[in-house]
Design a protein around this ligand. Structure first.
Ligand SMILES: Cc1cc2nc3c(=O)[nH]c(=O)nc-3n(C[C@H](O)[C@H](O)[C@H](O)COP(=O)(O)OP(=O)(O)OC[C@H]3O[C@@H](n4cnc5c(N)ncnc54)[C@H](O)[C@@H]3O)c2cc1C
Length: 471
């Protein structure tokens, strides 16, 4: 393990300790996986074996690495603690929309990634026409290709076509690419100094030390005293739990995901293909010349046991779409073991006046740690990237100009981001609920009225309009 000390003396923070004064703020839920103690009750003395750091980021996921790289660009070093032995190498892909790409450009890695991943031209909505008494198996899809336009016809009882879209027809500036998570993480990490990430460093406990800093205790006993803690530790964030956030809510759907590999080249057009059924929906999108990302989302009353055996995952995924177009089954079969996963979908609504703020003193949450949202809009990672840039600007301003305290900078970040995040979280949930309906009557309304007559791609993707000032 390589732990580094940040060399810059950066911070003149005016940290308020008042927010530490209510232990219940940190322990709304009884059950914890961590050795958690109320911060206000355990003001501890500095110890000789503590490592001193100015800024510690917990989590080398998208939010953590993007924040570290953004701060690095402004000359501010951080130490990133990651519980894993390495960056997450498995996993599948993420669809990034133009707001995500603008953020990656601001961070300086946009073009490196663009060159590796296909730009998606269009989006096909292939809705199963499920009417009362019509079985799923009775429906077939016919894809018809026209130059530059992805067209889909659904043959069903009445033979109606629902919708097809082309991104650039609706918004010339839209940019959509599916990006391999592994490559995204590696690209971000490559912009950091070699000793910036400390792997196998699982945060186990945090306390307030007597000098107002945050004392981090790692699972292996290492102790680090940090002036600033940026928690990017994902949906099960221990730090969010300590700050009083409840566990994310399971929304009643699970998703299989995979990254199919075609060594001789994949055969698909650069399009997102969605196939929606009754309580089940699936999709696939080419990522690169040899890889295709696919997903199957299905209703389930509980998340069920964690399954890691790829053959069982593959079997269960196939079962869900066994009578659907054969492309999906082929994709599942061509998916290497380490890129097929099943995830239960969760979110957490940041209710005004009820949810804790994004920061307390010099501790702040970024990305899924603060606002887990369902993937129905493809915005979780995009928003984590946005967060990192907004936070970086505010923190750098506080550190460099000293006109604002770090605490106020974090509060300003929370205030600026909340109106963006909360509606998106709700909207993503509602879209998921709409798409996962399995009631035949509601599906008929969805398929006969909502999708063909009401849905417009422009407004649906309006949330991807997000502007950044350069870092
Ligand atoms: C099925 C599905 C599909 C999705 N599709 C999309 C999409 O198409 N587009 C999109 O924009 N988003 C998508 N998302 C959302 C996206 O995956 C997340 O929003 C994104 O990964 C959040 O990044 P993060 O860095 O906040 O958290 P994470 O990626 O979860 O990273 C957290 C990191 O913290 C580390 N960590 C956790 N606890 C500790 C600890 N105690 N000590 C040290 N390290 C710790 C973890 O190991 C991990 O590396 C999808 C999500 C799901 C579930």
């Amino acid at each position: 393990m390589a732990l580094s000390s940040s060399t810059l003396l950066l911070v003149k923070s005016h940290l308020s300790l008042s927010s530490f004064s209510n232990p219940s703020l940190y322990f709304r839920r009884g059950e914890t996986r961590l050795r958690v103690r109320p911060i206000s009750l355990s003001i501890i003395n500095a110890r000789a074996d503590e490592r001193k750091e100015d800024i510690v980021i917990v989590g080398a996921g998208i939010a953590g690495l993007a924040t570290a790289v953004s701060l690095q660009r402004l000359g501010i070093r951080t130490l990133v603690l990651e519980q894993g032995e390495s960056l997450r190498t498995g996993g599948t892909s993420l669809t990034l929309f133009k707001n995500g790409w603008k953020a990656l450009d601001a961070i300086g890695v946009g073009n490196d990634l663009r060159s590796q991943f296909l730009e998606i031209q269009g989006r096909c909505f292939s809705w199963l026409m499920i009417s009362l008494g019509i079985r799923l198996e009775n429906h077939w899809f016919i894809f018809e290709e026209y130059p530059g336009i992805c067209r889909l016809a659904i043959k069903s009882e009445d033979g109606r076509e629902l919708r097809s879209f082309r991104f650039k027809d609706e918004d010339e500036s839209q940019e959509v690419r599916a990006v391999e998570r592994r490559v995204l993480l590696e690209t971000l990490a490559s912009r950091l100094p070699p000793d910036a990430i400390s792997f196998s460093s699982k945060l186990a406990n945090i306390e307030r030390s007597e000098n107002g800093e945050t004392l981090l205790e790692l699972e292996d006993g290492i102790r680090i005293s940090a002036k600033i803690l940026i928690a990017c530790d994902g949906i099960r964030s221990p730090v969010a739990k300590l700050m009083g956030f409840p566990e994310p809510n399971y929304v009643g759907h699970c998703a299989f995901r995979g990254l199919a590999y075609f060594p001789e080249g994949q055969p698909f057009e650069p399009k997102v293909n969605y196939i929606y059924g009754k309580g089940v929906r699936a999709g696939y999108v080419p990522v690169s010349e040899t890889k295709v990302y696919w997903f199957i989302c299905y209703n389930s009353s509980s998340p069920g046991p964690k399954i890691t055996d790829p053959s069982i995952l593959r079997q269960q995924a196939e079962q869900l779409v066994r009578n659907w177009p054969t492309e999906l089954i082929n994709l599942i079969n061509l998916t290497p073991d380490d890129t097929i996963i099943r995830t239960s979908l969760v979110d957490r609504w940041l209710w005004p006046s009820i949810s804790p703020p994004a920061s307390t003193g010099s501790i702040v949450l970024v990305g899924d740690a603060w606002h887990p949202m369902t993937p129905n809009l493809g915005q979780g990672a995009c928003c984590a990237l946005e967060d990192s840039i907004v936070l970086t600007k505010k923190l750098a301003e506080a550190i460099k100009s000293k006109r604002t305290s770090v605490e106020d900078a974090f509060k300003a970040y929370g205030s600026e981001r909340w109106p963006r995040i909360f509606p998106l979280t709700v909207r993503a949930y509602l879209v998921g609920a709409l798409l996962q309906w399995d009631n035949p009557v509601i599906c008929a309304v969805r398929d006969n009225i909502v999708v063909p007559k009401l849905v417009r791609l422009g407004p649906v993707l309006e949330h991807t309009n997000f502007e950044f000032d350069p870092l």
